[in-house]
Structures are given as C-alpha cells and as structure tokens.
Design a protein around this ligand. Structure first.
Ligand code: 1PX
Length: 218
C-alpha cells in the first residue's frame, strides 16, 4: 500500500491526535467529552489514511462520535460537559435503556460505552506496537488486541470482517510512517508517553461505568 503524499502528511500527526485524550482529563479527573471526542476523531482520521477497507469501522466510529456531538451541541449540552455529568444526567432523567433496547436506543451512555470498549483495544494495540520488534506484524498485533478486548462484544460476522480488514494493515515501518511522528525511535518514545494517558482515561471511565452498573447496556 502506498503511503500518503508528503503534502497530506503535513496535516496529520498522530501525537497531536492523542494529545486530545490528555486534554480530556480535567484537574479533578473527570473526562471532558469534547476532547474525548476530538481524540476519537483524530483516530478516525488516521484510520481513513490507512485505506478504504477500514471504511466500515471508521463509519461506525464516526456515527457514534456524531451522536455524542449532537448531545453536546443540543439543548441539554451543558449536562454533557463531562462523561461523569452525562452519566448523572441521563440516569437521573431515565434516558438510558439499561437492560433491553427500548425508547432510548442511542443514549449518550450506551454510545460512549461502545467507544470506551474500543479504547481498551487501542490501549492493548499501542502497547504491542510500542514493544514490537522491527519485524513485528501490525496485523497480528491488531488481531491479538482485538481478540482480547472488543471481539467479545461483536457478533461473528463483525469479527470476521474485522479479521479480514486487519490483514490489510501495512507493515510496522509503513504504519509508523502513516503516523507521521518521526523516526521509529521517536514513535516508540511518543507511544510511551501517550499510553499512560489512554490507560488513565480508560480506567476512570471503566470505574464510573462499573459503579453505576452500566457496563452491559444493550
Ligand atoms: C489500525 C487498525 C484499526 C482497526 C480497528 C480495530 C477495531 C475493530 C473494530 C471493528 C468494528 C466493526 C464495525 C462495527 C461495529 C459495531 O457493530 C460495534 C457495536 O456497535 P452497536 O452496538 O451500535 O451495533 N461498534 C463498536 O464496537 C465501536 C467500534 C469503534 C471502533 C473504532 C476504531 C477506531 C480505530 C482507530 C485506529 C487508530 C489506530 C491507531 C494506531 C496507532
């Protein structure tokens, strides 16, 4: 697969995309939705640069980002400032279908849970990338991370399609180039700095969802 043109590369740097997750952590360790979504948009942008075979994944992620942005820009937008305030607001106002799909099939809590589960995949994948050898296979790293996380929530047909798409991932070096961060050493260093942030955002959200028994929203 040919890499993106140099001019295109100037508009993209993986580090900046991940920085949005850093910004999403408030001083009181709440997760600011706007920045969280900006982080996801950056990842989707990256995914789109990898080629059309990932289109079905980036479409699903984009539509979930959009659902949440609509809440944020809607009339109750201020309630959606952080993930914590969103959970409180939606639960207090009975805006979440907790056990089975009903009148709120696209609640903020439910939609964010899907992205949250994918964040665990990201964490596992970035850690594998960071510690990979020069001849490491991104497709295998991606598949292993997926099988350990997101796959359990997906039906067979989605798992199958995802597995096929992973085979189309470029090799480690070409993948690093698409990230546009610098030399492989610089990429590895950047990942070392970025990962703890991803982990922290994941853990805070995980604890919040567990506390409110929201981890299985249909
Ligand atoms: C680099 C390769 C990227 C591979 C992406 C790995 C994740 C694979 C996810 C496969 C999702 C398939 C699409 C369909 C999903 C939905 O069925 C399913 C359930 O939704 P529903 O309850 O509304 O029906 N949706 C989801 O689980 C949410 C998936 C969100 C995936 C976001 C993936 C963004 C990937 C960003 C790549 C960034 C890589 C950066 C590496 C340096």
């Amino acid at each position: 697969m040919a890499g993106p043109a140099a001019s295109e590369n100037q508009n993209f740097c993986f580090k900046e995309e991940l920085d949005a997750f850093k910004l999403s952590l408030s001083p009181t360790k709440e997760v600011i939705l706007e920045h969280y979504l900006a982080g996801w948009s950056g990842l989707v942008k990256f995914l789109n640069r990898l080629g059309n075979v990932f289109g079905f994944i980036s479409k699903d992620a984009s539509s979930k980002i959009q659902i949440l942005r609509n809440f944020l820009n809607g009339e109750s937008g201020s309630e959606y400032f952080t993930v914590q305030s969103m959970v409180k607001y939606e639960l207090e106002n009975k805006l979440v279908d907790l056990k089975k799909a009903g009148s709120h099939p696209e609640s903020g809590c439910r939609t964010l849970l899907r992205l949250h589960r994918a964040l665990r995949w990201l964490e596992l994948f970035l850690e594998r990338l960071r510690t990979s050898q020069e001849d490491g296979k991104t497709s295998a790293m991606c598949a292993e991370s997926y099988n350990e996380s997101l796959a359990q929530f997906h039906p067979w047909v989605v798992r199958k399609a995802a597995g096929l798409a992973f085979c189309m991932l470029p090799g480690r070096l070409a993948f690093f180039e698409v990230m546009n961060v610098g030399t492989p050493d610089q990429v590895v260093a950047m990942l070392g700095e970025a990962l703890p942030v991803v982990t922290e955002v994941y853990q805070i959200t995980q604890e919040l969802y567990a506390k409110h028994d929201l981890l299985d929203i249909p």
